[in-house]
Design a protein around this ligand. Structure first.
Ligand SMILES: CC(C)(COP(=O)(O)OP(=O)(O)OC[C@H]1O[C@@H](n2cnc3c(N)ncnc32)[C@H](O)[C@@H]1OP(=O)(O)O)[C@@H](O)C(=O)NCCC(=O)NCCS
Length: 296
C-alpha cells in the first residue's frame, strides 16, 4: 500500500482533472454528499485514459478485454462545498498480472479533501474472467507515469500514411461533418507531406497535411483529431509537426483555410485571420497564416 504522505502530495501525480461542484451535489449540511466523490473519480478516470491518448472503447475492443472495478475505496479528510473548483488527481500506482491499481486524491488548492484507491481487473467481456494486462497497455501506462511521451508523430508521403490518415479523415470530415468523399480526398494528397499521430497501441489518433508551393509559403490542411480525444493536445501536436516539416522544406510562412468553428484553436497556436469569411464544402471558413520565423 502506498504511504499516505505520497497520496497527500499533489506533486506526486502527473494527471489532474478540474471538477466544479454543482448545486445538486451538496447535501443538507451544504457540503458535497460523499457519494459524489465516486462520480468525480469516475470522470477523472475517463480523462486519465484520454490523456494517455487511448480512446477507451476502441482500445478495449482491440485488446479484447475490459477494465472491471474490483474495489473502490474512499477516505474523507475534509469537506468540499458548492462552487469549489476541485483538483482531482489520479495515478497508476501498480500493475499486477491482471490488476491495475489507480490512486486518486481530491485537492482544493493545496488542501487534501479525499483520497481513493481503485483496483481494476482486466477481464474477458464474455466470461468476466481475469486476463493478463496486455503488454502494450502496461507500457503506455508506465511510460505516462514515468513522464515519457505516449504519442509519436510520424511524417511521410501519401503512399506511406494514406491508410491511417484516410480512415481518420473519413471518420471526421465525411461521417462527422458531412463533407463529400470526392471533395475530401483530392489530387493534392499524392504530392503532399502527411503527419499521423500514433498512440502507444499504434492506433492512429490525429492527422494533417502540408502542401508546398513555389514561393516560401506552405499550406496546411485536413487537420483532424479522433473525436473522443479532442482537447488533449493532439491537434496542436499535429500542427507543430507540420510546421516543423514546413521549416525543414525552407518555408517561412504557413497558410490555411480554417473552419470558423476551429478559428480559436489556430489563434491559440499563433495564427492570424485575414480576409472575409467564405464558404468551402458548405462550411464557413476564414483564411489564416503564421510566420514560422516569428513563432520559433
Ligand atoms: C480543431 C481540432 C483539430 C483541434 O484539435 P484538439 O486536439 O482538440 O486541440 P488541442 O487539444 O491541441 O487544443 C489546443 C488549444 O486549442 C483550444 N481549442 C481546441 N479546439 C478549439 C476550438 N474549436 N475553438 C477554440 N479553441 C479550441 C484548446 O482548448 C486548447 O487550448 P489550451 O491550450 O488553452 O488548453 C479538433 O477539434 C478537430 O479535429 N475538429 C474536427 C475537424 C476540424 O474541424 N478540423 C479543422 C479543420 S480547419
Amino acid at each position: 500500500m502506498t504511504p499516505k504522505s505520497v497520496v497527500a502530495a499533489k506533486q506526486n501525480f502527473r494527471f489532474s482533472h478540474k471538477q466544479r461542484v454543482g448545486w445538486s451535489e451538496v447535501d443538507a449540511h451544504k457540503v458535497v454528499l460523499h457519494a459524489h466523490f465516486q462520480k468525480y473519480f469516475d470522470a477523472a478516470e475517463a480523462e486519465y485514459w484520454r490523456t494517455l491518448s487511448l480512446p477507451y472503447d476502441q482500445t478495449m475492443a482491440e485488446l479484447g478485454g475490459q477494465l472491471c472495478v474490483k474495489k473502490f475505496s474512499l477516505e474523507y479528510v475534509a469537506p468540499a462545498r458548492c462552487d469549489d473548483l476541485l483538483d482531482v488527481r489520479m495515478r497508476c500506482a501498480r500493475i499486477g498480472n491482471s490488476s491495475i491499481v489507480l490512486e486518486g486524491a481530491v485537492f482544493l488548492g493545496d488542501a487534501l479533501l479525499v483520497t481513493c484507491e481503485q483496483i481494476l481487473v482486466f477481464a474477458s467481456p464474455v466470461s468476466q474472467r481475469p486476463m493478463s494486462v496486455p503488454a502494450a497497455l502496461r507500457k503506455v501506462t508506465e511510460d505516462f507515469e514515468a513522464g515519457l511521451p505516449v504519442v509519436h508523430y510520424k511524417g511521410g508521403s501519401w503512399d506511406e500514411l494514406s491508410d491511417d490518415a484516410l480512415e481518420l479523415r473519413i471518420e471526421v470530415f465525411v461521417e462527422e461533418q458531412g463533407i463529400a468523399l470526392e471533395s475530401e480526398v483530392d489530387l493534392h494528397d499524392a504530392h503532399a507531406m502527411h503527419v499521423v499521430a500514433y498512440n502507444g497501441l499504434g492506433q492512429a489518433v490525429a492527422t494533417g497535411r502540408l502542401l508546398s508551393s513555389d514561393n516560401d509559403q506552405a499550406k496546411i490542411g485536413r487537420v483532424a483529431v479522433k473525436r473522443s480525444l479532442r482537447g488533449t493536445g493532439l491537434g496542436s501536436g499535429v500542427l507543430r509537426a507540420l510546421q516543423a516539416l514546413a521549416l525543414q522544406r525552407g518555408h517561412s510562412m504557413v497558410k490555411l483555410h480554417a473552419q470558423c468553428t476551429s478559428r480559436g484553436f489556430y489563434e491559440k497556436m499563433g495564427y492570424l485571420a485575414y480576409g472575409p469569411v467564405f464558404e468551402e464544402d458548405d462550411l464557413a471558413h476564414i483564411k489564416m497564416s503564421l510566420s514560422l520565423l516569428k513563432s520559433r
